[in-house]
Design a protein around this ligand. Structure first.
Ligand SMILES: Nc1ncnc2c1ncn2[C@@H]1O[C@H](COP(=O)(O)OP(=O)(O)OP(=O)(O)O)[C@@H](O)[C@H]1O
Ligand SMILES: [Mg+2]
Length: 446
């Protein structure tokens, strides 16, 4: 017996006392870090002396901070404090560096999770992203069209997204890249004006047998010339599903207990994103600062429209919605809901503003609708709803200060818009050589 080791205990007890496992003790024995006081020749059973405990505990402490074995040996065997301290400080430096890298990774994984939630998976491949170079997008991020002022074209009107210039019976509309959601302006999205214009013009063409529209010519991807109409002072919202997070949305109101929305009785027990028995019309006021739901009877009682005009408009809207639903379905999309603006030229109803664009409509992918609905999951949306939800998740529902969009979110949103344009028009999107700001300035300046 090695008397210098003091009273002997078996390896199991020693493991308990030292905080090292039997396995680790065997390992330390093999590498010579901590040699047992006694090893039974026959059975190999190891005993340790209680005086070895301080060394064992020092080894345990160094193991707990992840010290490499060669350093452990150097530290526990060092005779001077300076050497020990230098090794410990060096290890601290390595740990700090690793922590910094880990923090970077935590940030990166947060961004992945966020994009997974908001924009669809950045990890998913083969979904067909628009053929736009990073360089071209970067140029457009700085060259978006935010505001125009071409007074020589006529009286200027600024809408949420479009700047109009009215000259007699012709209106020049510049579709800017402004993004409005929750009834608020949130910034600009690259190529958004062009995409909106493309989609609206595609639908004007695809619905011209149902109702005449205002379109005269398209002198630039962001600009149209249209016939000036007398607007019907209602926005005609048609909905086939119960969804949404804004204050006028169906789901928001239904969840808050409303069972009659703009004159449409709603049954109990509906779930978010459920398809309605039939599409419904929930008009909102047009000429007020914030949208307000109001039914047919209120609209007539408030003197906004005659019963006859309302019914003719409603008929046009349901037929437009049926066409939209049908064509979207051919492209694997669901037209969830949309907003129409109608105007009058004499007694004729004319479709104006925009139609079935991602600004005025929600689209979902049809193939995953049922499964996601069954699982109570968010639908895969090809419109700005993910952006609305990104805002809502940050507590923004239209009141107070809006969170600032990151470039990443702006690009992801642009990608959504472009994909939808390609999907609907069945044509590849083409980015013009010049940015929207450059082109429109060239075209419309005095
Ligand atoms: N052919 C047309 N005749 C008259 N007005 C039109 C015509 N086409 C569009 N407009 C109007 O031009 C404006 C376009 O701007 P924009 O679409 O940005 O506005 P908005 O989003 O409808 O919001 P708001 O007009 O309430 O500010 C709208 O007010 C729309 O009603
Ligand atoms: Mg509009």
């Amino acid at each position: 017996m090695d008397s210098a080791s003091g009273e002997l205990v078996g390896v199991g007890a020693f493991a308990q006392l030292s905080g090292l496992t039997v396995e680790t003790l065997r390992h330390y024995h093999q590498v010579g870090l901590l040699v047992p006081a006694e090893v039974d020749d026959r059975t190999g059973y190891r005993r340790y002396g209680l005086r070895q405990l301080p060394r064992a505990r020092a080894l345990a402490a160094l193991r707990d901070v992840g010290m490499p074995l060669e350093d452990v040996a150097a530290i526990v065997d060092a005779t001077d404090r300076g050497t020990r301290r230098a090794r410990l400080v060096e290890h601290r430096r390595r740990l700090t560096e690793a922590a910094r890298r880990a923090a970077g990774r935590v940030n990166a994984i947060d961004r992945l999770i966020e994009r997974e939630d908001v924009m669809g998976s950045p990890l998913r491949t083969g979904e067909g992203t628009p053929m736009l170079s990073g360089d071209r997008i970067a140029r457009e991020l700085l060259g978006t069209l935010e505001r125009t002022d071409f007074g020589h074209l006529g009286a200027r009107h600024e809408g949420k997204v479009r700047d109009s210039y009215v000259d007699g019976d012709v209106r020049t509309i510049v579709t800017t890249d402004r993004l409005s959601a929750f009834d608020r302006l949130l910034g600009t999205i690259p190529f958004k004006g062009q995409v909106l214009n493309l989609i609206a013009n595609y639908w004007f063409d695809a619905t011209s047998d149902i109702v005449p529209n205002h379109l005269l010519e398209v002198p630039d991807p962001n600009v149209v010339r249209v016939r000036e109409c007398a607007p019907v002072p209602l926005e005609f919202v048609v909905r086939a599903y119960i969804t949404g997070v804004t204050k006028t949305s169906l789901w928001f109101n239904y969840q808050a207990g409303a069972r009659n929305i703009a004159g449409n009785p709603m049954p109990d027990g509906l779930r978010k994103n459920e398809r309605l028995k039939a599409a419904i019309l929930t008009p909102t006021t047009k000429l007020e600062a914030h949208d307000r739901n109001l039914g047919r009877d209120d609209a007539i009682a408030e003197g906004l429209v005659t019963a006859d005009l309302f019914d003719r408009c409603a008929d046009v809207c349901f037929r437009l919605f049926a066409r939209g639903t049908e064509l979207a379905a051919q492209r694997g999309l669901i037209l969830v809901d949309t907003k129409y603006e109608l105007g009058l030229l004499g007694d004729e109803i004319v479709l104006m503003d925009e139609v079935h664009t991602p600004d005025s409509s929600r689209y979902w992918y049809a193939d995953t609708y049922h499964e996601l609905f069954r699982q109570n999951k968010d639908q895969r949306a090809l419109d700005k709803e993910p952006l609305r939800e990104w805002m809502a998740e940050r507590g923004f529902r239209g009141d107070g200060e809006a969170p600032v969009m990151t470039d990443e979110l702006r690009i992801a949103t642009a990608t959504r818009y472009i994909l939808l344009a390609e999907e609907l028009t069945q044509r590849p999107f083409e980015a013009p050589e010049l940015t929207a700001a450059e082109r429109v300035a060239n075209l419309l300046r005095d």
